[in-house]
Design a protein around this ligand. Structure first.
Ligand code: TPP
Ligand code: MG
Length: 174
């Protein structure tokens, strides 16, 4: 993510998904983690929203994974669910780029923040800088539907954590 007046950079999250219950009882986080499949994150948020209506699912999903499950925004509208979905737009499959780069890691350039509207409702926001992110987080805190809130976060394709780089180096050498 680009620096702005706020200072330090934010790192890409790599790939993967973990479903875990965060501290606050009303919030359920579906963040990314290393080495587990990420594609079910968005559908899982819908399932969680249906199974535990008192909770607010929050999803962190890669753009590549999201392109496989984006239509669940439609189901969220259909069933009146309002998760917060962070889509990390690093223009493709960074996890695989680090291991073996090539044009097969590029994906179509969707305007992710416009998709809630296309799928029936909700709110979309776009984040380029840390200042934008602060505004988006404030809006997310106040958000109460209807429909999902999608926050598209732009990150450089090569901006990943040191741990992820190290893991990729090991994988690349095999
Ligand atoms: C259905 C499916 N096809 C292919 C893969 C292989 N795969 C592992 S990581 C990855 C890239 C994920 O990209 P993205 O969600 O954009 O995360 P990023 O690494 O860019 O943070 C892919 C395609 C997979 N896990 N599941
Ligand atoms: Mg990606």
């Amino acid at each position: 993510m680009k620096k702005d007046r706020q200072g330090s950079r934010m790192r890409g999250i790599g790939v993967g998904l973990l479903v875990c219950v965060l501290g606050a009882p009303s919030v359920l986080g579906v963040p990314s983690a290393l080495g587990v499949p990420s594609e079910p994150g968005v559908p899982a948020a819908l399932g969680v929203g249906l199974a535990a209506p008192e909770r607010r699912p929050i999803v962190f999903v890669g753009d590549g994974a999201f392109q496989m499950t984006a239509q669940e925004l439609s189901s969220m509208n259909r069933y009146g669910k309002s998760p917060i979905v962070f889509v990390v737009n690093n223009r493709g499959y960074t996890a695989e780029r680090l291991i073996h780069d090539g044009p097969f890691n590029d994906i179509a350039a969707w305007k992710y923040h416009k998709l809630p509207d296309a799928f029936g409702g909700g709110t979309g926001m776009e984040v380029h800088t840390e200042g934008d992110l602060e505004v988006a987080l404030e809006q997310a805190t106040l958000f109460n539907g209807p429909g999902p809130m999608l926050i598209e976060v732009h990150i450089d394709p090569w901006d990943t954590s040191e741990a992820f780089k190290l893991m990729s180096e090991v994988l690349r050498s095999h």
